[in-house]
Ligand binder design. Structure first.
Ligand SMILES: NC(=O)c1ccc[n+]([C@@H]2O[C@H](COP(=O)([O-])OP(=O)(O)OC[C@H]3O[C@@H](n4cnc5c(N)ncnc54)[C@H](OP(=O)(O)O)[C@@H]3O)[C@@H](O)[C@H]2O)c1
Length: 296
């Protein structure tokens, strides 16, 4: 099966579904990426800050797939923001990944308290794009206000904005701003990982346990995770579920043989609480987050 794709605002194609590797240890990452490629995934989303770019690259190389058949996305961490620093961040990422060119390179956060450096980092992405070192550039965790500030000075509209997005936090305002600007919204935690994995507070409610989603899933003989991925893809969002478990890697990819009805999409839309489970992009950035990203 050839994987359906979205066309980015510069004509580059991105598979609608990819594998996320946040919190995949380096040891687990190689096997997870290898298994994902084996079952048909052709897109991996990593980040300098995840500490597993090397293992992502090794698994892709070992798969024997031609380089242009796998879409590699990674992120620059704020400690590498600044024009020269971000150019060097590309060199580090490409060397760890073992590639000459990165398909999509994005800024991990807006880093609002040092927005000038964020802008300089984005200018470096624009240069990398012009030089053909990356095929597309983008941002992550950008609010509509941060997008406006960026676009006041940027010459290239980001291709992608990767944000927390699952049925309990659909960020309609961000989706609208992205679509008005021609930016593809990419959902992180597309099956709501941030609503149940450890470390983000006990008051959260797992969207994976939601009764309405369970009911819709059962009607299609699918799982809640598959139903949420289908909701995202049918509404035009890129989804990048993370798993290191072979059964769940396969399950999350098995979403191309059913379709949710408009009424079912609407029922899932209605679950939005307007409350995020992850960090607030306007507050998340602190000096403690400026940990160094190792050289390749
Ligand atoms: N830009 C950012 O700031 C940002 C932030 C967070 C995430 N991300 C990106 O988005 C990707 C996905 O988001 P995420 O990792 O936060 O959350 P997610 O993909 O929504 O959920 C991942 C969690 O769900 C479990 N899981 C996976 N498939 C499942 C299934 N079919 N049924 C039940 N549980 C399942 C995983 O455990 P197992 O591994 O044990 O299956 C893991 O605990 C990340 O890996 C990363 O690439 C970006």
């Amino acid at each position: 099966m050839s994987l359906p794709a979205f066309t980015l605002n510069n004509g580059v194609e991105i598979p609608v579904l990819g594998l996320g590797v946040f919190q995949s240890s380096p040891e687990e990452t190689t096997a997870a990426v290898a298994e994902a490629l084996r079952v048909g995934y052709r897109h991996v989303d990593t980040a300098a800050a995840y500490g597993n770019e090397r293992e992502v690259g090794q698994a892709i190389a070992a798969s024997g797939l031609p380089r242009d058949e796998v879409f590699i996305e990674t992120k620059v961490w704020p400690s590498d923001y600044g024009y020269d620093e971000t150019q060097h961040a590309f060199d580090k990422a490409a060397a760890k990944l073992g590639v000459e060119q990165i398909d999509l390179l994005i800024l991990h956060q807006a880093a609002v308290s040092m927005f000038d450096r964020t802008i300089d980092a984005y200018r470096a992405l624009e240069t990398l794009l012009r030089d053909g070192k990356v095929r597309a550039i983008g941002v992550s965790n950008f609010t509509p206000a941060a997008l406006t500030r960026l676009l006041d000075v940027a010459s290239v509209v980001p291709a992608v904005n990767q944000v927390e997005l699952h049925p309990y936090h659909a960020q309609k305002d961000v989706q609208q701003a992205d679509s008005d600007l021609g930016i593809l919204t990419q959902a992180w935690s597309p099956i709501g990982g941030i609503t149940f994995y450890p470390g983000f507070g006990d008051e959260r409610r797992s969207v994976l346990q939601d009764p309405a989603i369970a009911e819709i899933a059962a009607a299609h003989g699918k799982s809640p995770a598959q139903t949420m991925l289908r909701w995202g893809i049918q509404q035009g969002r890129s989804v990048i579920p993370k798993s290191t478990n072979p059964e769940r890697i396969a399950e999350n990819f098995d979403v191309f043989d059913f379709e949710l009805a408009a009424e079912e999409l609407g029922r899932i839309d209605a679950l939005d609480t307007g409350v995020r489970s992850g960090p607030d992009p306007d507050r998340v950035f602190t000096e403690q987050m400026l940990f160094p990203i190792p050289e390749a």
